[in-house]
Design a binder for this molecule. Structure first.
Ligand code: ADP
Length: 732
């Protein structure tokens, strides 16, 4: 009975183990078990034999089965100890030997050559069977023990080669094998009634199962985790449910001098963390913690994030808590560096903006006087010589102004201060405008400026005309600039996508110097000029194309360039635009109206009183001169104080106020005038050279009615006045 139960146990454990371990080992283990079961049964039959002949047959079965137990067990051991590869060729010869030996044993009842069976009486009184061996039986024994020796050898070899827990599983197998051998030897030496070694096959199964499935993996896992946690670059401190410290890894022990046996929740830094969390009404969470120190006279701070959390078992029951210390000093340094860099960049940017504002003011203010006075010369003289000189001054002044505008535009785009304001516009008018602006420039270089437009372009488009014009103007001016002879042609067309919109395509083609292949790549980079040497005498900042590209990107458009050096370039700009009037615009006419050579005022307002405030007296004169024909009554003030005094005495129809003046400046003056209770309804127009990003919005926000940038253009000035003066005082 006991043997049956053990056999059943053996089946259970070996089947379980063989299922879980790798298939090839499992099969060998299974076969070992089958052979062991046969040998156990044969052993039982020996004990139950009713005559010697039957006992002899049972002995044969028993000895033969042991052969195969050993064969399969050795096979398993070799595989399990990873010795299968060199020995794979020995399996077959070994099987043949086992087979021949088993045959010799099984034939014993016929020839009686290996052993004979006799009966002895035990001390307890019962009879049982024993064998008397002859030499073939010893051959059989030798074969079996050789197999056992082979297994021993390889297991011991593996034990020596492996370490820590891996070693244990081999030691377990070795012990079981040793036990089997000892039992077997004892059975033979002391003529025992039962070979107890077979019982241990069950034990072998149980041990192998435990070793493979439980003990080794679990121990390996815990010891590996232990090592890994010790090596971690974070601190870990564990507390049990009674808040006793049960573990602190090396990081925690070293950084915070924690000795687990003497450490509890009242010690730092965990006490500080718990307090801070409690103050926030939290039981668990994370807190920042820093440690200050001094090394070699240098003060330092180490920053940590300490996380406190509970530990639950599988069923969710609280079994303890843990603290995790993360050193984030580097992150903090890094953040500080980023912050410092950001502040420095912001400062630099602010400085740049200030510089631009100042520069723009400094240059625009005298330019205002130059161009304003020049305009007066143009208006008041008939002398062709003088007109020629003044026209040259105007052209150079305009160029200078456009250079400053480029720099300012670029900074505006950089500061993301360019907004797209769509409105309906006439594409023919836009093209005409471009033509009129560049006709003279082209003529001066003897170039043909050829402007054409598809007839089916929509009569009205909707988009930011100012920006589209700026893009086209940049391209046309470049084409003229970089062409010595030939033609600059501009062609406008429209690809309708649907009834609501499409793409406006502008192709600007020139027969100029072209751009070398290698220069095409960085063509749209700011401050980059292609062909530097050749173009040295052509005016430019290298900003035009960068601005153009940025504006095109802003409008979700594209720009392409093809060029062959010496022959010319073609720039194609595609801009999405909406359609406001889909009817075709028809044939394009350049509409060469006779050029406006004679100035005519756009309105008169002899009843209107305005006040002009500027610290530069020359500028006051410019405004007076520009508005002379409008007959507007102008009073002037050369500073904020005088302006305030005048406003206290009188109500004006409009005030033109310069921004930058010695104290009080334009904005201060404005707020004093407004708070004085007089002139509260008077529109105040800001007159300024400060046209950097955001200036316009800022003035409007402060309460100014409008904004005029210096240098003042007569037309703009009149238009603004016409818009803001009381309508009943205007005579058109
Ligand atoms: P710049 O102020 O120098 O004209 P841009 O940004 O407008 O700056 O142009 C950058 C460079 O591209 C110019 O310096 C010039 O070498 C080249 N380039 C631009 N347009 C043309 C063109 N139509 N033909 C030849 N080269 C051109």
């Amino acid at each position: 009975m006991i043997i049956d139960i053990l056999a059943a146990l053996a089946i259970y454990f070996i089947t379980k183990a063989s299922e879980k371990i790798e298939k090839s080992y499992g099969n060998w283990l299974k076969k070992t078990f089958i052979a062991a079961t046969v040998s156990i049964l044969a052993n039982i039959l020996i004990a139950l034999s009713f005559d010697i002949r039957f006992a002899q047959i049972s002995f044969c079965g028993y000895f033969a089965a042991i052969n195969w137990i050993l064969y399969f067990l050795v096979g398993f051991c070799l595989l399990y100890t990873e010795h299968d590869k060199p020995l794979i060729r020995m399996y077959k010869p070994a099987a043949v030997i086992m087979f021949l030996d088993s045959l010799s044993i099984i034939l014993n009842p016929v020839f009686g050559h290996a052993f004979s069976v006799y009966t002895i009486t035990s001390r307890a009184g019962g009879d049982f069977y024993q064998i008397k061996a002859m030499w073939p039986y010893y051959v059989h024994l030798a074969i079996d023990y050789t197999a056992v020796a082979v297994a021993f050898f390889f297991i011991i070899y593996r034990i020596k080669r492996s370490y820590s827990f891996y070693r244990i599983k081999y030691i377990l197998i070795l012990s079981v094998l040793l036990l089997v051998v000892v039992m077997n030897v004892a059975y033979m030496m002391f003529a025992l009634p039962l070979d107890a070694s077979v019982i241990f096959y069950a034990l072998a199964g149980a041990l192998i199962y435990l070793a493979i499935q439980r003990f080794v993996p679990y121990s390996l896992m815990t010891s590996s985790i232990g090592r890994a946690v010790d090596d971690m670059n974070e601190g870990l401190v564990l507390f049990d449910i009674s808040d006793n410290c049960i573990y602190a890894n090396e990081f925690a022990r070293k950084r915070f001098s924690i000795v687990p046996e003497k450490y509890d929740l009242s010690c730092q830094p965990v006490a500080a963390v718990i307090n801070a969390l409690n103050e926030k009404g939290l039981s668990f969470g994370e807190e920042a913690y820093s440690v200050k120190g001094q090394k070699d006279g240098v003060e330092y701070t180490v920053s940590y994030v300490i996380r406190y959390n509970m530990i639950n078992d599988r069923k969710g029951r609280l079994i303890g808590s843990y603290f995790l210390f993360e050193d984030n000093t580097e992150q903090m340094h890094y953040l500080e560096e980023i912050r410092a860099a950001r502040d420095a960049a912001n400062d630099a940017n602010r400085a740049k903006s200030n510089f631009l504002a100042n520069m723009s003011h400094e240059i625009r203010t005298p330019l205002n006087s130059v161009l304003g006075m020049n305009e007066m010369i143009l208006r008041s003289t008939e002398d062709p010589q003088l007109i020629e000189y003044a026209t040259s001054i105007k052209q150079s002044g305009d160029t200078l102004l456009s250079l400053i505008n480029d720099v300012l535009d670029f900074s505006k785009i950089e500061a993301n201060k360019v907004d797209i304001t769509p409105a309906s516009y006439d594409p023919h008018d836009l093209l005409r405008d471009c033509y009129n602006s560049f006709e003279q420039m082209a003529e001066a270089k003897d170039l043909i400026l050829d402007v054409t437009c598809d007839e089916d372009i929509p009569a009205k488009l909707s988009g930011d005309r100012k920006l589209v014009r700026q893009i086209m103007a940049n391209m046309i001016s470049n084409a003229i600039k970089y062409t010595r002879e030939g033609t600059v042609s501009v062609h406008l067309s429209f690809e309708r996508k649907d009834t609501a919109g499409g793409t406006m395509v502008t192709v600007v083609k020139d027969t100029g110097i072209g751009i070398a292949e290698q220069d095409l790549e960085g063509l749209f980079d700011a401050f980059r000029r292609a062909n530097e040497k050749e173009n040295a005498n052509i005016q430019g900042t290298g900003l035009g194309l960068a601005i153009t590209k940025d504006l095109i990107d802003l409008m979700d458009g594209t720009i392409d360039v093809t060029s062959s050096p010496g022959k010319g370039s073609i720039f194609t700009i595609r801009l999405p635009q909406e359609i406001s009037d889909p009817s075709p615009a028809g044939p394009f006419t350049k509409n060469l109206v006779a050029k406006k050579t004679v100035y005519r005022e756009s309105f008169r307002a002899p009843q209107a009183h305005i006040l002009v405030v500027d610290d530069a007296r020359l500028n006051l004169k410019v405004v007076q001169a520009l508005l002379r024909k409008t007959e507007v009554m102008i009073e002037t003030a050369d500073g904020g104080k005088q302006a305030i005094d005048l406003c206290n005495e009188k109500e004006y129809d409009l005030i033109l106020l310069d921004h930058r003046m010695p104290e009080p400046d334009g904005i201060e003056t404005f707020s004093v005038i407004r708070s004085s209770g007089l002139n509260t309804e008077t529109p105040v127009i800001m007159l300024t050279a400060n046209v950097v990003a955001g200036a316009e919005e800022e003035y409007r926000r402060l309460g100014f009615a409008d904004y005029l940038s210096k240098p003042l253009h007569g037309e703009d000035l009149e238009a603004t006045l016409k818009m803001h003066l009381p309508p009943h005082k205007i005579i058109s």
